[in-house]
Ligand binder design. Structure first.
Ligand code: ACO
Length: 490
């Protein structure tokens, strides 16, 4: 699920189940008691790294096949003794092969705790060791040496751009930052004066599909490329517009003489001055935050994007769905929740009591815990360092000391250590955003601006790998057929 198991090459050389490596057989002897056993190797738990002597009767009868199966699991249907051996490839086993033995028996996995929904070569996470890489490049190196637009290119095309490629890419993005005037005047200004900027952004992304009907032609690579450029380029403009509108400030047009992060800061923060020049430290911090948020493999919003895009809808509608997923407090809304939590704690003395109350089941420690990271989120470490640089310019956010103390107390508490709950990306990012002058409502918007690069990279990857519609199964637990009860008899 989290991609932690990067399979050895052996699995790959044996190919997918469809190549005939998965073998179905009838076990000799009487059927086992009703039920299904999933076995890996002899003891039913460990996976085999060599041929498995005596693993099942059929393997013994077919020694040639045993020789070639390296990493595999054997599943036995105890109702009839049938077995199937499925290779473990890239850390996963094929559900298609499982279904050959067990049609109509579904994995029950509502939150995808143990289900890989895609093969992907975009982002690698090792949650136990706290590793994050985009296309194989460590996030630390990218944050220190790259720019967000360069990283967006890397996510999409798999390689770092040459100087010439980067120039062309930046040029294209820069000249697509404007939004249609009617979108600004008639659509954005139609929102209630105090609308949440994330609500505006979700709707605005969806509305883009009405301006670019050609986007429906998703199998044309040139059309696809154009929408990708538009999405990456227009996100900062829409985000800034949503902010300005929600605080009652006039819209600021993009200034194409700025670089990407400076242009965004200008559109957000510009007051009457003719040209807004953000402090270079803040520009660098903004760009680094964009890089850190650009992708995170199959997170909630990206999974939402893949499901919605699998219907072959246009990318604006799919990205709007992803953005809606990002709005939730368990996902992109957590950085907003962190600031509210720190403000509520109020002072250092209250930290131990707050941690104790979480420990006793009263709420959650926002910005802590992650489905994949069972170690310190590497992004949180980088963001903590960026915070100190930003505070040199903006002055220290008074909530920082509370956050540091909270981290210290929580990481010394058995409740958190036993559950492997560590600070995640949201724990420190809000402190920076707040120090830079963003209201808390803008925090999820700031997350969404760069995440669109990840969404479109996954969109392209998905279209190239698989065009089947995502359609999970359910375990039906309701009534079976019963006759309608007239109102008078209820
Ligand atoms: N505070 C207190 N307890 C927690 C926290 C937390 N932040 N996170 C998890 N736990 C506890 C749960 O209560 C549970 O305890 P139990 O086993 O006694 O029932 C255990 O740890 C496992 O938690 P789950 O909710 O099962 O973990 P899951 O992987 O489903 O959830 C999530 C991950 C949603 C991120 C969770 O840790 C959380 O709610 N964190 C706070 C919100 C947050 O920071 N979200 C941002 C995530 S990063 C991102 O989306 C960019």
């Amino acid at each position: 699920m989290d991609g932690t198991a990067r399979a050895g090459k052996q699995g790959r050389t044996h190919g997918r189940g469809g190549t005939g490596r998965a073998r179905r057989s009838k076990r000799a002897g009487p059927p086992a008691p009703s039920g299904t056993a999933i076995g890996c190797g002899d003891d039913g738990i460990s996976s085999s790294s060599t041929a498995r002597p005596g693993a099942d009767d059929v393997s013994l009868q077919k020694p040639k096949e045993v020789e070639v199966v390296v990493d595999s699991v054997t599943i036995t249907d105890n109702r009839n003794g049938q077995t199937i051996e499925i290779p473990i490839v890239d850390g996963g086993v094929s559900a298609e092969e499982w279904s050959k033995l067990l049609p109509g028996i579904w994995f029950y996995d509502p939150a995808f705790m143990a289900t890989a929904c895609a093969e992907s070569s975009i982002t690698f996470i090792d949650g136990d060791r706290g590793i994050l890489e985009y296309r194989g490049y460590p996030i630390q190196q990218l944050t220190e040496q790259s720019t967000y637009l360069e990283v967006a290119y890397l996510l999409l095309y798999g390689e770092l751009p040459t100087a010439e490629q980067l120039d062309g890419w930046v040029q294209e993005i820069t000249y697509h930052t404007f939004i249609h005037e009617s979108m600004r005047k008639r659509f954005l200004e139609g929102f209630h004066y105090d609308a949440h900027p994330m609500g505006i952004l979700v709707s605005a992304i969806a509305a883009l599909s009405t301006y670019y009907p050609d986007a429906k032609n998703i199998f044309d690579p040139d059309v696809r490329h154009k929408q990708i450029i538009r999405l990456i380029a227009k996100m900062p403009t829409l985000a800034a517009a949503a902010h300005r509108y929600s605080v009652g400030m006039p819209f600021v047009y993009p200034d194409n003489s700025h670089d990407f992060p400076s242009n965004f800061l200008s559109m957000v923060l510009k007051t009457p001055e003719s040209r807004f020049e953000a402090d270079p430290v803040l520009v660098k911090a903004m760009d680094a935050l964009f890089i850190l948020h650009a992708d995170h493999e199959q997170n909630c919003s990206t999974a939402a994007l893949r499901v919605v895009a699998s219907s072959q809808v246009d990318p604006y509608s799919a990205c709007a769905a992803a953005c809606a997923a990002l709005y939730g407090p368990l996902h992109g809304g957590a950085n907003e929740a962190v600031i509210r939590m720190l403000t509520e704690i109020g002072c250092l003395e209250n930290v131990p009591d707050f941690v104790r109350s979480v420990n006793e089941g009263h709420g959650r420690l926002q910005g802590f815990g992650h489905r994949v990271y069972k170690n310190y989120d590497p992004r949180a470490k980088i963001i903590r360092d960026i915070a100190y640089e930003v505070f040199e310019v903006t002055g220290k956010n008074p909530l920082l000391d509370i956050a540091l103390r909270l981290e210290e107390v929580a990481l010394a508490d058995e409740y958190f250590t036993s559950r492997k709950l560590y600070p995640n990306v949201d724990f420190y990012s809000g402190l920076i955003y707040q120090a830079m002058g963003f209201p808390v409502e803008m925090f999820p918007v700031l997350f969404a601006v760069p995440r669109v690069a990840g969404w479109v990279a996954h969109w392209v990857e998905m279209l190239e790998h698989n065009t089947k519609i995502a359609r999970p199964r359910q375990l039906y637990v309701g009534h079976r057929r019963r006759d309608y009860v007239p109102m008078s008899s209820r």
